[in-house]
Design a protein around this ligand. Sequence first.
Ligand code: PBG
Length: 323
Amino acid sequence: MYTPYYRPRRLRRTPRIREMVRETVLTRNDLILPLFVIAGKDVRNPISSMPGHYQLSVDHLVREAREVHRRGIPAVILFGIPEQKDPGGSDALSDDGIIARALRAVKDAVPELVVITDVCFCEYTDHGHCGPLSGHDVDNDATLSLLQQQVKVHARNGADMVAPSGMMDGMVGAIREALDQEGFTHIPIMSYAAKYASGFYGPFREAAESSPRFGDRSTYQMDPANSDEALREVALDVEEGADVVMVKPAMPYLDILYRVKVEFGLPTAAYQVSGEYAMLKAAAQRGWLDSDRVILESLTAIKRAGADLIITYFAKDVVDKLT
Ligand code: PBG
């Protein structure tokens, strides 16, 4: 009989020993919860493809923000669904728009909660693309001017951090310039630096009512087949002043996350997107997967690959189990 000399199983023998040698431990400070805010009063519309998530009117959003803070989740990222959409996404540029009102209400009620805003136009335009169109394509540089206006609205209404997600060339530089001009030099930018044109955003587009009316986002979001390109995208955002860089989606792109973390060593975020939530949730509902187990496993894997921060729809499901 062959007897091994070195036995890795020695360090797996008991739960205590396993805990002692565990390399990656998820904590509540890693979590950011996405929330959807909609016009109206006393509205709490369930999102069918994201069980457990809702479009919330501002009054319900404030209630939710209080609960999230009380339970120890440090941050939320807000997405607005305006009453009126138009070709230029004007609701996003107004201090009476949905996000401006939501920001004021949440920051007033729960000032300690870190409130991040998604900076993009797809939820605000009637055509569903991430900026104004020129022909059938998004006009990059016209979008930059609008992003500068949008981000000023967020900053003056209380955003703690802004997260541009439109994958426009130059968006981080344009936003940094606008914030600095208005005296918001202290507001960090979390850039969706490597964001892929992904089928995993499907449920989000139901939640945010933001599906493109024609075409898709592949002229601005990245080709899932590319990884060197992700490093070039991140490098540009870093040069332009990004404070945190994000990779999105998370689980199918852990290799990208790892490369970005190793190459740049910056605070790195990963977005476990709506489709990742939906598939785990759906399988768990059928009893095909053990929900608690796969939630923790997926988030730990994302952290192990290099994420310092994880945007996840599971934040409330895990937070009570974390230190
Ligand atoms: C807006 C935006 C999207 C997501 C975050 N910000 C949608 C998209 O690009 O179509 C997706 C998040 C998710 O699927 O959970 N540009």
